[in-house]
Design a protein. Structure first.
Length: 467
């Protein structure tokens, strides 16, 4: 064995041990539960495979590439949201949270190994080019997206303002791929937009939760309330993929005076946190309707869940995405970082949103404009990718029960038929998709929310009959 191989082995063990200490600080507890022999047996296996690659692979491979790939694979094996951020990926993430980048403006996820559109960001080049939820991105330029990671895809989709990128997409019902060339632009990601729907009735849309979202919301509400106040407000969280936890807490706090907003529960004591509302200096004592859909995820679900549990708002629309896990970004040596799922979050009443989502108080599917005009009704044919659709997702409590039930059924069939095979229809739950209108004309969900607010105002004036 060459000295170089031995050096690489030592480096690998050092990297793994160091990463474990930095990531969680609980390596000692883990090793206490497993025997020392078992731990080093697995490290020995890794070292042997590394030695085989070093000596037998068709080309010489940089040790850094092998190590990065091993760490990336280790984290991907955990769940869809844990990942290794190489220095360039970590830098991109920092740019995103500051509120702007140059690209096409699209939210993406991996479904069944295929790069899939969750939702285009409204008003961006992707939105204007006609991309829709659940479009499959098969190629970016001349590169296939099969088994491509999200970070790799983001890197290819982003680029200087004014440059072009061609993507090949497939949409349900098409018989061939369609190439779409999009001109990149600066995506400012203005997270808060507001307007008056009618006199006394306001509308605020939050498209993502960034550093200044809560501050911008407070400004928008102050502007809407300045002329005689409001009789009601529509808070639109549709297609909002989430963002910063602290901003979600502050947004919910804007409409709550007291009580629990959200709490997190993890393995470590410092991952068990509670976030409570504080008394507001400016009160918003008017009815509130919150719009959600299958593109409402994570921080959006925190806000909707808190307002629903406190009976502060009526939640309307369709079932949300169901991302109820907390990711912590942990910097490590070499300007890289680890995105690690460290906890699950729960609504004030103790509901877990993971792989389930928020169920609206009033279900109102989105009706496309053309179907509304011809009187046929119907729903948008493009279904959102949900958390439960992602490979390797953390299962919900209901899924765990189903899995146990399925295992028990499989054992019964095995005993009865003498085979270990168990049948399953493989069918996934579907939810009606809803989209946010980018035009000035109100879509049917906003119209329904406005009607509810008006009815609320009328009923509040009706007195119960006296005896």
């Amino acid at each position: 064995m060459t000295s170089r191989v031995r050096a690489i082995r030592i480096a690998v063990v050092t990297v793994i041990v160091t990463a474990a200490i930095v990531i969680g600080g609980y390596q000692v507890q883990q090793m206490a539960r497993a025997t020392e022999d078992d731990t080093y047996k697995e490290l020995k296996l890794f070292s042997e495979v590394l030695d085989l690659v070093e000596r037998n692979y068709v080309q010489e491979v940089e040790p850094k590439k092998i190590i990065y790939g091993a760490i990336d694979g280790m984290l991907k094996a955990l769940d869809p949201h844990s990942s290794f951020l190489k220095p360039e990926d970590y830098k991109e993430l920092q740019i995103e949270t500051k509120g702007s980048f140059s690209g096409i403006g699209i939210e993406i996820a991996i479904k069944d190994g295929i790069l899939t559109v969750v939702a285009p960001i409204e008003g961006t080049p992707a939105d204007k080019a006609g991309l829709k939820a659940n479009d499959k991105i098969i190629k970016i330029e001349d590169k296939s997206t099969k088994n491509m990671s999200l970070t790799q895809a983001v890197k290819l989709l982003r680029g200087p303002k004014g440059s072009k990128v061609t993507i090949s997409i497939y949409r349900e019902g098409w018989n061939q791929l369609k190439e779409v060339t999009i001109v990149r632009d600066v995506i400012p990601l203005k997270s808060v937009r507001s307007k008056l729907l009618e006199e006394g009735y306001g509308y605020v849309r939050i498209s993502s939760f960034q550093n200044h979202t809560a501050r911008d919301l407070a400004k928008a509400l102050k502007e809407l309330e300045k002329d005689g106040g409001l009789k009601g407000l529509v808070l639109d969280l549709r297609n909002n993929p989430g963002g910063l936890l602290d901003q979600a807490v502050k947004v919910a706090d804007e409409f709550l005076e007291k009580g629990l907003i959200v709490y997190t529960d993890g393995r470590r004591k410092d991952q068990m946190l509670k976030f409570n509302a504080t008394p507001n200096t400016r009160h918003h004592d008017y009815p509130l309707v919150v719009l959600v859909n299958g593109g409402s995820a994570s921080a959006s679900e925190i806000v909707a869940g808190a307002l629903q549990d406190h009976k502060r708002a009526i939640i309307m629309g369709t079932q949300t995405f169901g991302k109820g896990s907390v990711q912590t970004i942990i910097p490590i040596d070499g300007n890289a970082a680890v995105r690690l799922t460290t906890a699950l979050y729960y609504t004030p009443s103790g509901r877990s949103i993971q792989a389930k989502g928020i169920t609206p108080d009033i279900i109102v599917p989105f009706v496309p404009k053309e179907k509304k005009e011809d009187g046929k009704g119907g729903v948008d044919p493009f279904h959102f990718v949900k958390e439960k659709d992602l490979e390797g997702h953390l299962p919900s409590a209901d899924e765990k029960k189903e899995q146990k039930s399925g295992q028990a059924e499989g054992r019964k069939k095995k005993e009865k038929n003498g085979t270990g095979e168990a049948a399953g229809d493989g069918q996934e739950e579907g939810a009606s998709a809803a989209q946010t209108s980018t035009s000035e004309e109100l879509d049917n969900q906003v119209e329904e929310a406005l009607r509810i607010l008006k009815a609320w105002s009328i009923f509040s004036k009706v007195s119960a009959p006296s005896e």
